[in-house]
Design a protein around this ligand. Sequence first.
Ligand SMILES: Nc1ncnc2c1ncn2[C@@H]1O[C@H](COP(=O)(O)OP(=O)(O)O[C@H]2O[C@H](CO)[C@@H](O)[C@H](O)[C@H]2O)[C@@H](O)[C@H]1O
Length: 477
Amino acid sequence: MNVLMVTSECAPFVKTGGLADVVGALPGALAPLGLDVRVMLPAYPGLFPLLPQGEEVARFDDLPGGPGRLVQVQAQGLVLLLLDAPQLYDRAGKPYTGPDGRDWADNHLRFGALAQAAARICFDGLPGWKPEVLHAHDWQAGLAPVYLKQAGRAVPKSVLTIHNIAFQGRFGPQVLGELGLRDDWFHADGLEYYGDLSFLKAGLVYADAVTTVSPTYAREILTPEFGMGLEGVLQARAADLSGILNGIDTGAWNPSADEALARTFDAKTLARKAENRAEIAARLGLERGEGPLFCVISRLTGQKGLDTLAEAIPHLVAEGAQLALLGSGEPALEEAYTRAAQQFPGRVGVQIGYDEAFSHLLQGGSDAILIPSRFEPCGLTQLYGLRYGTLPVVARTGGLADTVIDANAAALAVGVATGFVLDSVSRQGIEAGISRTCAAYADRKLWQGMQRAAMRQPVGWETSARAYADLYATLQA
Ligand SMILES: Nc1ncnc2c1ncn2[C@@H]1O[C@H](COP(=O)(O)OP(=O)(O)O[C@H]2O[C@H](CO)[C@@H](O)[C@H](O)[C@H]2O)[C@@H](O)[C@H]1O
């Protein structure tokens, strides 16, 4: 079966968060199941070096925002379809924001064009290949199912996956015409969202199936607390909504062969993690410590509960632990953690910025990873932590709740505990979780038992790739 994935990010080529990891790894997991997946994304400047190696497979004269062409290229085991439209994508900055940190003013055109190009190749096909299912990811691809439905054709069917419902792609109603969308669909049961157009809502209404990235989050988003205003739309689609847990690329994230580590290790050689800890300490100026090293690897946003975690740092230090944080995002959080590093030199180390290789080293050398998210559709860093014997300390929400087994007495008795689940994302809740983790760490036998259980937990894509394949097959039937 031929599947067209439509996305704004794909690891290792362009990444601002977990969406990229998922789209970069899922096609490879679907291939052994007989699926031929191609990944369509904008040709951002970082991808220009790939263009000459590829082949032009389609041209479009009149996408939203002007003309474009599609270049197919094989790279890192993926077949990419790069939408080359320099007037939309050839600019210095990030995928969604300019150098000033603001959203690009023409994001509706940038991602409207992507969606429309995807729909057109669904109809016209490419030389020797025609999509049988279109799989759209997040709001940036949300209009693709709309364009399919608008054309009145029954095939191909479409799936929309929600990776983060907080980003809804909302624009004023004046963009409707520029995007070639039907005026008579601009109503509460269609494209309209409180007077505006929301790409995500539109996709949720018109896709044939909707998924999100964990079973618990699929239930949570039906409630006002987590639905972010879209709970009503999702309730109306409940019969077509499912949660399929993310996996990770176990080749790229493999502690026994990870080139970003100072020393590789496996479940039998856990003592070697200490060399990675020493390397982290050297880089961040941390002292030698007897207590556990906690790490945070995250976008610094309210979603991740890191404002509350910052309040618990004095407690973490008082417990004899250390903290290493890698992240970037909201200026107030960047400042709070930079201040914490100054306040607790040698105990708290902070690197502001994005650094893929250092994120691997942190997983390799830390003892525990803190993820006190207020909501978390799936979360990937706890899965990397499990694989690297870095025990996750997580909020009881979304995919975190689905993937971490709390070290309660019953789980410890049967040797299945893999981490620590917080009772609440409050200062007290996080402090209690830190204390429990420190106490467990002091019991070397118990800790190593948990590390081994964590490293045994299957975190690859096998089960979930099959779930996606089954979903695609159901749609086609
Ligand atoms: N400063 C930094 N330097 C290097 N690497 C960094 C980094 N900050 C973050 N990362 C990396 O970015 C990725 C983040 O993925 P997550 O799934 O944890 O969260 P995110 O909110 O981005 O993803 C959203 O989409 C994914 C995918 O579906 C869901 O799992 C998740 O719940 C949802 O919020 C990880 O690979 C992490 O290592």
